[in-house]
Design a protein around this ligand. Structure first.
Ligand SMILES: Cc1cc2nc3c(=O)[nH]c(=O)nc-3n(C[C@H](O)[C@H](O)[C@H](O)COP(=O)(O)O)c2cc1C
Length: 367
């Protein structure tokens, strides 16, 4: 019988499925419900120190497509399937002081589940580094098992925050230096997929003490405009800004980025995120090297479960368990990284004029 439990960044997970930093993990109530439903861990909605006020309109929309009329829209139509989420929600508007007793209670209630605090501050000098230290120390002191540093929010105006700093390896190093100087729990670093220097950014983070890279945050994107009304599908007073795309639409792009990092640093940990709706997507992240899986959009879209994916976590664990048994794997570690050798340079793929030589021998041996 295969086991669902995994050791990831030194932490014991009862199963590798984690709710990502987002509305499903925005409150004590939701996190307790998620643990009751069976999630192996949660990354809290990102906690910061600066005041947060969201836009005067919907923060998230769910875009759907259908076979009959295959355009992407949030408009309710019969027989549609999920395409993506689009959001321009800021980080948590709950203050750190209010989060701390909640985090403590959650950890005491579910000591065997992993509680990871997502935190974010700026990078514009000593004061901001002290903010990282303050957030890190406070969350660890109340029992958080790990921290996830949000270096990836796609809709920040501040140039020293979120996705803006993902291209700057010096800033990544300074933030890790600040955080690792005050806490000794595993540090996960959540990067943005929207950079051409992702592998270097991941390398800088690992080198500076990150235990894992979490990837992907949402992809910068715009909502669609209706040709008749000339309104964006989400806007406030006719205006919109770049927001983040999540859900199924980003899956193949997220896999490519996880694979890039895994091939560059095969011994390092990666938490895979982006478009996981069930076992097949989770499986694909694992074969590209992820040892932990995070889910957001699919949990939010599940009806009747308060947006924490109650049915989803049951399906994920049942389907993974059945797969391990069917294939005779002891755990996900036995097929993690299975695809690594099969992602090659374009020039290494056989040309039409070349003879078939037996191809790549598929074996169950992985990382
Ligand atoms: C409404 C919404 C809010 C989010 N807020 C955060 C956040 O505060 N911090 C963060 O690191 N990621 C945030 N995310 C990104 C998710 O954690 C996740 O990386 C992304 O949605 C991709 O996963 P998915 O395809 O399963 O949705 C948010 C996503 C959504 C849809």
């Amino acid at each position: 019988m295969g086991t669902l439990s995994t050791t990831f960044t030194g932490l014991e997970f009862v199963n590798p499925f984690v709710l990502a930093s987002a509305p499903p993990t925005e409150s004590k109530r939701k996190i307790l419900k998620a643990f009751e439903a069976g999630w192996g861990g949660v990354v809290t909605k990102t906690i910061g120190l600066h005041p947060v006020e969201n836009v005067a309109g919907p923060k998230t929309i769910f875009q759907r497509s259908s076979e009959e009329k295959p355009y992407v829209s949030r408009t309710k139509r019969p027989d549609t399937v999920s395409h993506s989420s689009w959001n321009w929600e800021l980080i948590s508007d709950q203050a750190l002081e209010l989060w701390l007793p909640d985090l403590e209670e959650i950890k005491t209630t579910y000591p065997d589940r992993m509680l990871i605090a997502s935190i974010m501050a700026g990078a514009g000098g000593e004061e901001e580094m002290n903010n990282w230290k303050k957030l890190a120390t406070a969350c660890v002191n109340v029992g958080c098992d790990a921290l996830e540093l949000n270096l990836s929010c796609p809709h920040m105006d501040r140039k020293d925050m979120g996705a803006h700093i993902a291209n700057d390896e010096d800033i990544i190093r300074s933030i890790l230096k600040a955080v690792t100087s005050v806490v000794s729990v595993p540090i996960w670093v959540k990067l943005t997929p929207a950079t051409s220097t992702l592998v270097d950014a991941a390398g800088a983070a690992y080198e500076a003490g990150a235990s894992s890279i979490s990837l992907c945050n949402t992809f910068p994107s715009l909502p669609l405009m209706d040709p008749e009304t000339l309104k964006f599908e989400v806007e406030v007073d006719g205006l919109v800004t770049s927001g983040g795309l999540g859900g199924l639409a980003i899956l193949p792009q997220a896999l490519q980025r996880v694979s890039d990092i895994h091939r560059a640093y095969p011994d390092k940990a990666i938490s895979g995120i982006g478009g996981i709706r069930g076992f097949r997507e989770a499986f694909n992240f694992i074969v590209h090297g992820a040892g932990n899986l995070q889910v957001c959009t699919a949990a939010m879209e599940e009806k009747g479960s308060g947006g924490v994916g109650v049915k989803l976590i049951q399906e994920l664990t049942q389907d993974l368990s059945a797969y391990l048994d069917r294939k005779g794997y002891g755990s996900i570690e036995e097929f993690r990284g299975l695809a690594r050798e099969r992602i090659v340079e374009h020039s290494q793929v056989r040309r039409k004029s070349e003879t078939y030589n037996g191809g790549f021998e598929v074996s169950a041996e992985a990382s």
